[in-house]
Design a protein around this ligand. Structure first.
Ligand SMILES: Cc1cc2nc3c(=O)[nH]c(=O)nc-3n(C[C@H](O)[C@H](O)[C@H](O)COP(=O)(O)OP(=O)(O)OC[C@H]3O[C@@H](n4cnc5c(N)ncnc54)[C@H](O)[C@@H]3O)c2cc1C
Length: 415
């Protein structure tokens, strides 16, 4: 067996693993990246519909806020990378220029996520890093001397960056969680996030393809309320669009926790807030209900919603009776939606849940349980809405974990 050298095994060649490899190489430490698919970064190349929304601009607080209650954990990683600006500088050094859209989302200027993937892999190989593809790591063993054995080779440290469980055809099949469990880590039950909502609502599914920009989704489960505002898109299976995707993780968590009990309630508002019916009667009294609703949503959806409520579309607003007004108010601001399950991991973009953050040091991403083990990316229990936050976390945590692993085994300069 080879004598141990200052070598780090990186499990997973996604954005977190590739960033970790470059950070460790930059500190003068040899790395081997183990990737189960025939090539690294398959999911990275597919992100943002192939365009790669690789980051979101903003300060560290905005970054932490995107990850909710546990967001503070991610701040040291954000600092290690220097946020979206730091990532943009690093990518520019690899020959990938980036652009920022009006919403603060960062993309490669070429609009090809593949360019980011190829540039990172190329840089690792140029700097002498080893990339082993079609190499699925099944076990991580520690020798009595305190080294690691990965695929029969000794390493001094391991970075676990095997992702979550979403979109398994793109790589992450949950084996990162299995490896973490084998080593004694607790894994917060994984559920699909950034996935469509599966609903029993014919009035939505028959108008699939229609969307509303300023909608509101509210989840009530026991004492917990989660509210998300943004665009929703009616589909043949329920709802998609940024707001539906953003609330889907919370829905899946509650659905799983309560085994689909009726305690989980989901409401949809298609108008920005409560309606002043007296004012509407004065200003729009002569209009039909169909015309009134068409100000907030596509005509097709307005017709479907009115049929769903049992209100005639051609009825003038001024002639609404009390019961109709109450029914419409509810339909427009807090219509109950009936969940028929949660989408499978194959349809989700991120995994909510993962290795318990309490067992990992935020300043180094070192395991608090296992020596010389570092964790990065989606394998950890952190996830954010769409917009580039998840990839920014993957890159940032990869840099911090790779750098910390290199320093822990005596690596010098930082990249
Ligand atoms: C279709 C789609 C589009 C997305 N678009 C965006 C976007 O535009 N912006 C954004 O911010 N986020 C986006 N995301 C989310 C983002 O891609 C992930 O959060 C991010 O890739 C996580 O990075 P990671 O390196 O932790 O894990 P992954 O990218 O999942 O990489 C993990 C790697 O580890 C490998 N692996 C797993 N187990 C093993 C093992 N046992 N041995 C060896 N290798 C293993 C996998 O094959 C994989 O290559 C998208 C996700 C999907 C599915």
């Amino acid at each position: 067996m080879n004598q141990p050298k200052a070598r780090i095994a990186i499990i997973g060649g996604g954005p977190a693993g590739l960033a970790a490899a470059l950070a460790a190489l930059g500190a003068g430490v040899q790395v081997v990246v183990f990737e189960r698919l025939p090539r690294v970064g398959t999911k990275l190349a597919a992100t943002g519909g192939g365009r790669g929304n690789v980051a979101h601009v903003g300060d560290e607080q905005a970054f932490a806020d995107a990850f909710g209650r546990r967001g503070r954990f991610a701040i040291p990683a954000w600092r290690a990378l220097g946020g979206a600006d730091g990532l943009r500088r690093k990518l520019a050094r690899l020959g990938v220029e980036t652009v920022v859209d009006g919403e603060g989302r960062v993309y490669p200027a070429s609009m090809h996520a593949e360019d980011v993937r190829a540039a990172m892999e190329g840089a690792i190989r140029r700097e002498g890093g080893e990339v082993q593809c079609a190499a699925r790591v099944e076990t991580l063993e520690r020798t009595p001397q305190g080294d690691w054995l990965v695929d029969g080779t000794r390493f001094v440290a391991v970075v676990l960056a095997a992702g979550g469980q979403s979109a398994p055809e793109l790589g992450s099949d949950g084996s990162g969680f299995a490896l973490a469990r084998q080593l004694g880590h607790r894994v917060v039950a994984p559920v699909p996030g950034l996935a469509p909502l599966l609903l029993e609502e014919p009035w939505l599914s028959t108008h699939s393809g229609t969307s509303v920009d300023n909608a509101r989704l509210r989840l009530r489960a026991g004492h917990r309320t989660v509210e998300v505002r943004g665009a929703v898109l009616a589909t043949h299976f329920g709802l998609s669009g940024p707001a539906a995707l953003a609330i889907s993780g919370a829905v899946a968590r509650e659905w799983t926790r309560t085994a689909g009990a009726p305690d989980v309630r989901l409401e949809l508002g298609l108008v920005p807030g409560p309606l002043d019916w007296e004012e509407l009667r004065r200003s729009h009294g002569a209009q039909s209900l169909r015309q009134l609703l068409a100000a907030w949503m596509p005509k097709k959806l307005a017709v479907g919603l009115l049929e769903h409520c049992g209100c005639p579309g051609d009825q003038p607003v001024a002639r609404l009776d009390r019961a109709q007004r109450d029914r419409l108010e509810r339909a427009l601001t807090a219509e109950p939606l009936h969940l028929r399950g949660i989408a499978p991991f194959a349809q989700s973009m991120v995994t909510c849940g993962g290795v318990d953050l309490k067992e990992v040091a935020p300043d180094t991403l070192a395991s608090r349980l296992v020596p010389a083990l570092f964790l990065a990316g989606e394998v950890l229990d952190l996830d954010a809405p769409s917009g580039g936050w998840n990839l920014l976390w993957a890159f940032a945590s990869g840099v911090l974990a790779g750098r910390s692993a290199a320093q822990a085994i005596g690596g010098g300069q930082t990249s």
